[in-house]
Ligand binder design. Structure first.
Ligand code: SAM
Length: 296
């Protein structure tokens, strides 16, 4: 194994020797703090029976750590220029595979079958490129990949929105979407000074632990998410006002009655509803048959 990469000196030496220049458009901010790497890896609860998918290994600082803790690591990197650097840094490591590709375009189900058929569980561990945080995480969740945990460094505000509970300004459709699939916890906040180059925003490490089944039991998942979207469409409007847009003005009275029957006060705002209440609302609206045309 090559010398530990996650120090400012080592990182600068590697990028200078390879003539590497950072691409802001690829979200390239490399971690240079060993303590943060320790916190990320510890949160993932790894052992030698586990597999890890790393997204965006960069020059391999986190990858090096992951290979010492997990049984198998597959790291997907989009930037071709980093592949020879990763090969150098990870030389001699048998249980790591570097894949050149865009994680948003890869067939991850196939990759899991090829790479992780012989491990006892797989987690995603990464310092994500911030410009595609939400698409990457939603792809991992919506494809129902057999994951245990997702431990990722992301922009602090996005982490707060994902982990937010009902009632605050951070709680929105992203919170509901993530919490539908996962339990969430913020592992630590991370200042911008621990990266080269330093990003303009602060960061946080978030841990998403996949639920064995979604947080609420709904017949039609698509409708659940459409109702959630509609409820947050205009945050300052009441729930009844937002939902009137989708059920039709002429059903306003009937909508109020339905909400009362469901024990949800029509004057509440979407941001106060729990996942369970959104589930109840979905089932109630679905039974009316009002939504098939306006939402389809
Ligand atoms: N893991 C390294 C670290 O912690 O120092 C680098 C993290 S850096 C924030 C994000 C990495 O993701 C970069 O190496 C970038 O090239 C890569 N990347 C950007 N978009 C990607 C994509 N769509 N698929 C795979 N990797 C991507």
């Amino acid at each position: 194994m090559y010398d530990i990469v996650a120090t400012p000196k080592r990182t600068k030496e590697i990028i200078t020797r390879h003539g590497f220049s950072f691409k802001k458009s690829l979200g390239q901010n490399f971690l240079i703090d060993g303590n943060i790497l320790t916190a990320i890896v510890a949160a993932a609860e790894l052992d030698k029976t586990k597999g890890v998918l790393e997204i965006g290994p960069g020059i391999g600082a986190l990858t090096q750590r992951l290979t010492t803790e997990a049984g198998k690591v597959t790291a997907v990197e989009l930037d071709q220029r980093l592949i020879p650097i990763l090969q150098e840094v990870l030389e001699g490591e048998e249980h790591v595979r570097v894949v050149h590709g865009d994680v948003l375009k890869l067939d991850l189900k196939e990759l899991f079958e090829q790479q992780f058929s012989d491990v006892s569980g797989v987690s995603v561990v990464a310092n994500l490129p911030y410009y595609v945080t939400t698409p990457i995480l939603m792809k991992l969740l919506e494809e129902r990949l057999p994951l245990e945990h997702i431990v990722v460094m992301i922009q602090k505000e996005v982490a707060q929105r994902m982990a937010a509970k009902p009632g605050g300004k951070d709680y929105g459709s992203l919170s509901v979407a993530v919490q539908y699939y996962c339990e969430t916890s913020i592992v630590c906040h991370v200042p911008h000074t621990v990266f080269i180059p330093q990003p303009n925003v602060d960061s946080a490490v978030i841990k998403l632990s996949l639920r064995s089944k979604p947080a609420v039991d709904v017949q039609d998942e698509r409708m659940f998410f459409r109702i959630v979207q509609a409820s947050f469409a205009q945050r300052r409007k009441t729930l009844a006002n937002n939902l009137t847009v989708v059920v039709g003005k002429d059903r306003r009275e009937a909508l109020n009655e339905l909400l009362h029957r469901l024990d949800i006060e029509p004057s509440r705002r979407g941001e106060t509803l729990s996942l369970e209440e959104f589930g109840r609302l979905t089932e109630g609206l679905q039974n009316t048959g009002w939504l098939s045309s306006p939402l389809s």
